[in-house]
Structures are given as structure tokens and as C-alpha cells.
Write a protein that binds this ligand. Structure first.
Ligand SMILES: [Zn+2]
Ligand SMILES: [Zn+2]
Length: 275
């Protein structure tokens, strides 16, 4: 089995509208490419911040700008007009867990993907006004990032923990901490070990400046040792990105001894043989 669950039906720009991309024809394009590439389970996970109901959770200026679409319309579109699994990519917003739980209760998901993009008001993966790297030193950013990742796992809100070391996204284009990075991974491990979350292996990092799979092998090993299952995704934002770099991901998983991957149906997880 190969899966692709962390998938967006459109690019991240605001002018990629729901009207144009939440269509049966667009979903069919994704399904066709997935079938060609041997991906047996395909689902979508639009960003929570693109739905106006997300403003009940958080009113970050970036969310206010982007929260245009109707969440219920997205859910009924996926369920009624496509064969895709229904997911969402939701942010961990500390202190807003109850509000996020209320938002997530509106739909019957196959899975909820949890992401840490923001550390307070600044984002680790965004250029411009909200770029955390405009002022912070890498030791502090990496420490906080992994602390929050562990807290995100511990909330129990999420079935899958997305791109688990996203903080490395820029590679050498931003300050990097020196030495053995496991001291940061350790910050997340208590929360991850205490949770029931699946760890995403995402090939999206191969398309980013860092040029690596998320997470780093050492971090993935720690998660697997803690008993966490793995969910495989590409974070595609267009059909041609589906399954991107999967040979490399499968090699990584095999090298760590992962033989089965997580499959989701109405938030029930089972494990299927990888490959
Ligand atoms: Zn993300
Ligand atoms: Zn994503």
C-alpha cells in the first residue's frame, strides 16, 4: 500500500479559488494521477485557514486575509462529488484547543492532520511580514518549534502530525543550529510518545530549499522507537506532485525497519504493508 493523504486541491495563493478547484473534474485529475502512480489511498487536506469558520479559532492577520471559503461546503463537496478521503490540515494554536475541537466537530473526517506552522504570531515557513527568521536565533526557534510539536501531539486533536521537522524548510538559507539536532527532537518526544498520533513522512521537503524528506531519519527513528506509526504523504498542491519522491521515502522507511503504514477511514487507523 502507498497512501497520499496530505494533499491540497489547489496552490496556496488566494486567487486559487474554491469555485475553480473544488470540482469533480479537478478531483478526478488527482485520482487519475494517483492511480497511475500506484497510490491506493488518496485523500485531501485543505488548510484550515482558508475557511471563514477558522476565524472562530484564531484571528491571525494571515488567517483573516485567507479565510474566504465555507468549511461545510468543502466537506460536502468531497463526500458527495469525489471518491477522495476527507481530511483537513489544521494548525496547533496553543490555548485555542477547545475552539479548534469545536471547529473540527463540524465534519466527519477520515483524518485530521495537525501542523505547527506558527510559533506565536510568526511562521517558520513563510517569507515576509510573519517570517520568524527576521529576528530570532536558531537555537530558540528550533527549541520552541519542537516543544510545540510535542504539545500538538499531546492535544489528541490530530490523527497525523504533519511535516514533523518543518522548521528546517529553508535549509542553509536561514540560520541553522549547530551540532547534534537530537537535542531538539527530544523536546517533542514526551508529547509524541504519550500520544496516539501517526508521524507523517512527507516528501514535500524534497521540493523545498532544504531538499530533504520530513522528518530527518534520526527523528523518525526516535518516533518509531516510541511506538508511533507512520503516515506517508507528498503534501501535493497539484496533481503532478502526487507521490513525488516516494522511492526515496520507501527506502528511508525500509532502512528504519518500518514495514507498515497507516490507513485512515472515519478516524479509524489501521496498518497496511508498505509498498
Ligand atoms: Zn503544512
Ligand atoms: Zn499542506
Amino acid at each position: 500500500m502507498l497512501t497520499d493523504y496530505h494533499v491540497h486541491l489547489r496552490p496556496d495563493d488566494r486567487d486559487a479559488t474554491a469555485a475553480r478547484h473544488f470540482t469533480a473534474a479537478n478531483a478526478e485529475r488527482y485520482a487519475e494521477v494517483a492511480a497511475e502512480r500506484g497510490i491506493g489511498a488518496l485523500g485531501v487536506s485543505e488548510h484550515v485557514h482558508r475557511f471563514r469558520q477558522a476565524l472562530e479559532v484564531w484571528r491571525h492577520p494571515f488567517w483573516v486575509e485567507n479565510a474566504i471559503d465555507d468549511l461545510d461546503g468543502y466537506c460536502s463537496f468531497v463526500r458527495e462529488e469525489t471518491e477522495l478521503r476527507l481530511g483537513i490540515e489544521a494548525d496547533f494554536v496553543p490555548g485555542r484547543e477547545d475552539r479548534m475541537a469545536n471547529l473540527l466537530a463540524r465534519c466527519e473526517w477520515d483524518y485530521v492532520i495537525g501542523s505547527v506552522h506558527f510559533l506565536r504570531d510568526a511562521a517558520v515557513d513563510m517569507e515576509g511580514d510573519f517570517d520568524v527568521w527576521r529576528s530570532s536565533d536558531p537555537e530558540r526557534v528550533w527549541t520552541r518549534y519542537f516543544e510545540w510539536l510535542g504539545e500538538a501531539a499531546r492535544t489528541g486533536l490530530f490523527d497525523i502530525l504533519a511535516h514533523p521537522d518543518l522548521v528546517k524548510v529553508w535549509g542553509r538559507e536561514r540560520p541553522l543550529p549547530a551540532g547534534d539536532l537530537r537535542r531538539f527532537y527530544d523536546r517533542a518526544m514526551d508529547g509524541i510518545a504519550d500520544s496516539d498520533v501517526a508521524i507523517e513522512v512527507s516528501t514535500a521537503g524534497l521540493r523545498k530549499p532544504v531538499g530533504e524528506i520530513y522528518p530527518a531519519p534520526a527523528f523518525l527513528e526516535m518516533c518509531v522507537e516510541a511506538g508511533r506509526p507512520v503516515a506517508l504523504s507528498s503534501d501535493a498542491h497539484s496533481p503532478d506532485e502526487l507521490g513525488h519522491g516516494y522511492e526515496q521515502a520507501v527506502d528511508l522507511l525500509e532502512s528504519i525497519g518500518v514495514e507498515r503504514i497507516a490507513v485512515f477511514d472515519r478516524r479509524q487507523r489501521t496498518l497496511e504493508p508498505l509498498g
